[in-house]
Design a protein around this ligand. Sequence first.
Ligand code: SAM
Length: 269
Amino acid sequence: MSKKPVGHKARKRFGQNFLQDQSVIQRIMGAIHAKPDDALVEIGPGLGALTEELLSSAGHLDAIELDRDLVPILRTKFFRYGDQFRIHEADAMKFDYTQLCQDSKRLRIVGNLPYNISTQLIFHLLNHHQYIADMHFMLQKEVVERLAAGPGEKNYGRLSIMAQYYCQVDNLFIVPPEAFDPVPKVDSAIVRLRPFEKLPYEAESVEQLQQVVRTAFNQRRKTLRNNLKELISAESLETLDINPSERPERLTLQAFIRISDHITQAKKD
Ligand code: SAM
């Protein structure tokens, strides 16, 4: 274990749980496999536990940190990298990631994310999928399970479907609470999200797909017939080879796309 951070008190409102365990840090770095050519971006560098390793592997890094008190600490710590270490004092939820894409190289995004914003942030990043090569995130274990779940699994829902629409999702490994300071209440896990260069299944309108998925999971215990009645009739579901009495959690991504495309077509007629 490394030393406890000094000179900065962890702030709950910024979701600050700093990684302390060197063996976990090394395992994450092994999964990322950062190289000098990579366009690396770290979200929420904190006190620099991962930043240190990312910089030593790649030699350069863009980091986005919201807590302005951490920015001078990071600048001092990584001063020796000069302008190869660029820190953006900004909110990762509002940040324009396209400004970091140089020579049309896609970004490799890394972060031990603040848990309070992690799902919204992932939705935000999925909207920029074409600029991203891959993402490695530390998240609450339950969120990683939701991202990776398939039809019929307990955690399958809107997050699983939209993440898997855009990305190959790999649940890599669990990280116990003791790896952090302060110690969180729950287990964490590392996930890899790799956006497809060409989507394997593409909806005619992704906005329509999002609406269908959101509506279908409004009440996950209810049937598709009930949840989707404002959008599509039970008869139309049957023509799409979808059982209206099924629950949303049993439907594949392709089936959701069929529903979405049917609605998109019906709007055009
Ligand atoms: N990467 C460090 C580590 O592993 O020890 C810190 C991880 S800590 C869980 C989350 C970090 O994200 C904190 O440094 C926090 O200040 C920062 N943060 C919180 N909300 C943010 C936001 N909206 N945009 C950018 N950074 C944010």
